[in-house]
Every structure is written in C-alpha cells, then in structure tokens.
Design a protein around this ligand. Structure first.
Ligand SMILES: [Zn+2]
Length: 421
C-alpha cells in the first residue's frame, strides 16, 4: 500500500524506482473487457454488433482453457504494458465439456501480476428460444448459477488490497433470460459481490428489448433489480435524458468503451451528460475482437476526442470542453475503480494500493510537451516505462518482468490459427 506521497529526500527503502523522465499516475483501471477475444481479432472488419456476434459465436464455440489462457496472457500483457494495473474480464463463453476456463483466467492474472476482477459471465437464451447466440454456446441456467457460486467461493477475496474479486455477469438482454438476470442478482447480493452486464450498446439491442419484453433496456434492468451502486453496465450509449438521470440516481456505474463503440459503429456514449448527472463512469478497452488492442491509455485519448466530436456535431461552440484532458484520466483511473467498487484503488495517496504507472515523456512522441498530463491524453499513448501493482514492479524499462512477451506473442498467434480452423 502507499504509505506516503511527498517531495524532498526519499525515505529508506529496500528497492528504489527512480524515473526522472516520467509522469507517475495511479495505475489505470480497465472497467470492461473480454480477454479471450485476443485470439479472434480482425474478424468481420466492417460489420454491426449483431453481424459481428453471429459470425464469431461459432468460432468462440471452439475455445478451451488452452486458447483462453493464451489469449488472456496476451491481453493482460498489453494492459500492463499500457499502464493498466487493475482490470475486469467479462468471460461468458463456456462451451460444454471444456473445463477450467475460469480458473485459467485467474491463474494468468496471478502469474502476470495484474489486479483482477474476473466476471463469471453467462449465456442461456439460444436461437431456438429467440435469443441471438446459437444453442451450441449457451448453458443451462442451474449450471450457470452453481458455477458462479463456486467461482465466488474459490476465488473472491473481499479484503482491502485484494488481488482478486469475482463478479456475476450474465452477458446481455439478448443472450440470457430475465429469470437468470433476477437469480444472478440475488446470488451476487447474497455473497456481497458485484454485478456487470452489457446494456444499451446498439439500437438493434433496443429494438430487441422493446420487441420481446415491451421495455427499453434500462427499464428492463430496473424491472429485474439490476440497478444500484453494486451494478455497472458496459457501454450505456442509447440512453434518453430521463434514463441518464435514473442511472445517476440509482448510483449504477457505466464503463465507456470508445474504440469498440466506434469500430462497431454502435454510437457515441453521452459521457458528458452522464458525468454531469453524477454517474460513475469508467473506461474499458472491451474485447480485442472489436478493438484489436487493449491499451487503456488509448481509450482515454479516444474518449476525449469522441466526446468533443459528439458535442461539435450537436452544434456546441464549447465542444472542446465536453471532456477535459484531466477528466479523461480521472475516468481511466478513479472512475473505473468506482465502477469496480474499489475505494482502495484509482488514486495516488496514502492508504491506497501501491498501483502506479510511470509514462515516459522524454521520447520522440512527448518530448517538450507544455502540459505533460494533458499531453499524455492528447497524444496517442506510448508504452509505460515502469508499472507497479501492489508494490511489485511488473514492468521495467517498458518490458514485462513477470512473463516473456515473445513467448506470449507466439502462443496467442498459434491459438488464433487453431481457432480459425
Ligand atoms: Zn463487451
């Protein structure tokens, strides 16, 4: 944990990290991801969310613990090298007869040294029952609830400074039943863990909810008990004015994923309105199949540009202030920590977890920039020079210390080829 922050002569220490050419920030927090997707990048380069999902479900049906492990190690390596120290992972594909997928994710985070909030995700509404995914990738609801409870019992650590907290996370309104949403919320609250799901990502989803349930996505979540400060949604793009205020009043969080939203043409999240209404907003890289990267600092950069573009397109003459540079960094750190329920992460101060990212500012990309903190959000980000998680140095000199980046690269390339079939 951080004992003291200050200037002057450093206190005595076993190990000294001296980075005169860096800006030290709180470690970045990734509030939405699907790490297994690192092995399925570049599919459906020009499709909508539903087109992209329909093409990828059969590929994802072939994953096993081996492919998930290789993909997750790649995603985690990229996150750590971009200054991310705390990440969630929303894993919702558990093909029948492929054991140990969730365990493999937890192990990978432990090995690489990433603070981790794995979500036990799920899909239960197959095509034959009117859902979007094929029946081959959905699970039985009793089995989902039992597996979720098992994951909490085995891996959830509620203490301050925890390196692993489990989340319960049915995938989306078009891939699970309302009953599973209700039962999942009840289970999570009985164990004091958090809830996460995709919501209001596309207009296709909105049409699905209105057609099937007669409810807009936010109304559906309100009916099912999926609101509150123990819930955060991924995306939250297509909210009307009243819904923005209801999400704020309920203290529900939102993970904004600008690169993925632009890649899939899903829409532009109303970040400025959400923040203004008091919503806890974090940033997420989303799965690499709809981003092709996992660089949280890049999401701060993208969020800043997208919010300003959105304001300009609404005819606003103060569009550059729609999202200020320092606010983008606050979302990438404290905002994400608030979504994940971590009041011990997200800022650099005494008593908080010692999660620190040092970004180099004497390189070609950043040398001489007048306002270094703003400059790091305005310029495309570089690799982090030193990254510390829980007091452990995991990146030094821009290189991963906890695993071999070249081995990870080769393994994920092989896993990607295997899945392509
Ligand atoms: Zn997602």
């Amino acid at each position: 944990m951080v004992v003291e922050v200050g200037t002057g002569r450093p206190p005595a220490a076993d190990e000294m990290v001296d980075e005169p050419n860096c800006v030290a920030m709180p470690g970045l927090v990734n509030a939405h991801d699907h790490m297994y997707q690192w092995a399925t990048r570049g599919y459906v380069p020009d499709g909508t969310l539903f087109e992209w999902l329909r093409a990828l479900y059969p590929v994802w049906a072939r994953i096993d613990a081996g492919t998930v492990g290789a993909a997750a190690r790649a995603a985690m390596a990229r996150l750590l090298l971009s200054g991310c120290t705390l990440s969630t992972d929303h894993h919702y594909v558990f093909p029948a007869g492929r054991p140990d997928i969730f365990e493999t994710l937890v192990e990978a985070a432990k090995e690489l040294g990433l603070r981790f909030h794995p979500c036990r995700g799920s899909m239960s509404l197959g095509e034959s029952k009117g859902g979007l995914p094929p029946d081959s990738v959905v699970e039985d609801e009793d089995a989902i609830l039992a597996a979720s409870e098992d994951a909490i019992r085995r891996f959830n650590d509620p203490i301050p400074g925890s390196m692993c907290r489990v989340v319960v996370a049915p995938c989306s309104p078009f891939s699970v039943t309302p009953q599973l949403m209700r039962d999942s919320a009840e289970l999570a609250r009985r164990h004091g863990v958090r809830l996460h799901t995709h919501l209001a990502e596309t207009l296709d989803e909105e049409r699905f909810c209105i057609g099937r349930f007669g409810r807009r996505p936010v109304e559906l979540m309100e009916d099912l008990g999926w609101t509150g400060d123990d819930v955060w949604y991924a995306h939250g793009i297509h909210l009307n004015d009243a819904e923005v205020h209801r999400v704020a009043a309920a203290r529900t969080g939102v993970a904004h994923c600008p690169s993925s939203n632009m890649r899939l043409g899903a829409g532009a999240c109303r970040v400025e309105d959400l923040l203004h209404a008091g919503v806890r907003v974090g940033l997420g890289v989303d799965g690499a199949a709809s981003n092709e990267d996992a660089n949280l600092a890049m999401e701060a950069h993208q969020a800043l540009l997208l919010a300003r573009l959105r304001a300009a397109m609404l005819g606003r003459d103060d569009a550059p202030r729609a999202l200020e540079a320092r606010e983008a960094w606050r979302m990438a750190t404290q905002g994400g920590a608030e979504c994940l329920g971590r009041d011990d992460c997200g800022t650099l101060e005494a008593g908080k977890c010692a999660d620190i990212a040092c970004f180099r500012v004497d390189d070609l990309a950043h040398a001489g920039v007048a306002d270094l903190v703003a400059g790091l959000a305005l310029a495309p980000p570089a690799r982090a020079q030193t990254v510390i998680v829980g007091g452990r140095v995991v990146v030094r000199g821009g290189r991963l210390l906890t695993a071999d980046e070249e081995v990870i690269t080769k393994e994920v390339a092989a896993a990607s080829v295997r899945l392509r079939g």
